[in-house]
Design a protein around this ligand. Sequence first.
Ligand code: SF4
Ligand code: SF4
Length: 469
Amino acid sequence: MAAVSHSSEQKKPLKSGYFEGKNIPDYEKILNCVRCGMCLPHCPTYNELKVERASPRGRAALVRAVADGRLEITPNFTAQMYLCLDCRACETACPSGVHIGYLIESARSQAEQNLPRNPLVKLFRNIALCWLFKRHWRLELVALPLRIYQKTGLRAFLHKIGFFKLLPKSIAFMEALPPDDLKTPFRRTIPDVIHPQGEEKARVGYFLGCMMSILFNKTTRATVNVLHRSGCTVITPKAIRCCGAPLMSEGFKHKAVDIMKFNIDLFDSLEVDYIVTDCAACGAALKEYREIFEDDPDYHEKAQRFSGKVREITQFLAEWPHTAPVEKPPFETPKKAIYDQPCHLCHAQQIWEQPIKVIQSVPGVELVNLPESEWCCGSAGIYNITHYDMAMRVLKRKMDHIETTGADILLTANPGCLLQLRYGVNERGLPMEVKHVVELLDDGTGYSNGHAKDEKCPTCGRKPRPECR
Ligand code: SF4
Ligand code: SF4
């Protein structure tokens, strides 16, 4: 991956044209695109629209035109930058190492700084993205009414009377996205330190992502359970802040630096051997800290150390020699599973084989091929909300492939993909469970099926109850 420089002490760009302020794209990196077109067949937006400006090559050319002073930062330019899913499939395909993710995030940051916007829209975006994502408790507060809405039965009632059929599809989609079994955010219930089963083999800092903590209680619990059974002391700092990915992808890269520095200092003080995350998008962002601070004299070394310790959970488990083995099948009858590669795992982190190795370690689970498993599902952060129509077109292509497999379980490793794919499966009425890879491993090693019924839960210290699952 090409080096990225967006620290406060940014290098002077070779040519900046209409770009000004922070995060001016490095002109040399723009020039890396030799216009060969090898990325085109891999780009979901180009495949849907078949226009050059919606392709990686077209987007790189637009960024160059602004840097050359041939094009101003207009609403049309901005729209093209935001139409990109930031899926990075083009980066995997590109022989010249063009880092489109870097160009797109820099261009969005430039648009955010330099394009005049309606003050109310600006204020809303600042609150919804910058203010909200900078602290976990703020997101937890916003999620509270959603839990009340579910727990009081209001949601079930509105569905029963068909209320959402009267609303625009994009609104009904937003309502249908969150899981229907929301629990207390995991950050509020997980102990600060969980000791390993048996002898300590490593000290692991758990980077608990905002969405994982609020929406995916089962997955986060599974991550901790598996690490605990694999000889790891698990340390979860409650003061943790967002990884910065939502801010970077929505044009606030220039405002994400402070929370990144906070996370670096926080984990530095814990003296852990690894920093593990079960969110592919968080993992990709955390590994980029080393490039983001490459020119920062105060954070260069710390960021190198921080990013060097980051492991996505399947990457960690596939490479860790002490991973708890799965001895019995987690299900009474054999199951057919498919794995959908999250873009921020395969394209952004180049993690392809490790999740497959983890799935194949579970007996009684047959992994079958999912065509185009590395193609984006259309989730892409909040893209499916801001670009509903395109997100649904991209999802349709994915679901057409999924439907042909006849699998019982659909596995993936990213919160956004889990939500999007669950929605797709429900919409088509497929009899398919959608879960994170680590949940499958937890099903196979521990609590859910009675394999470890005498074992105490590491997060609450009690024997697991049915509601724990
Ligand atoms: S982004 Fe890479 S693959 Fe695409 S046209 Fe440019 S050099 Fe070729
Ligand atoms: S990141 Fe994805 S959507 Fe954006 S240009 Fe590359 S392939 Fe296309």
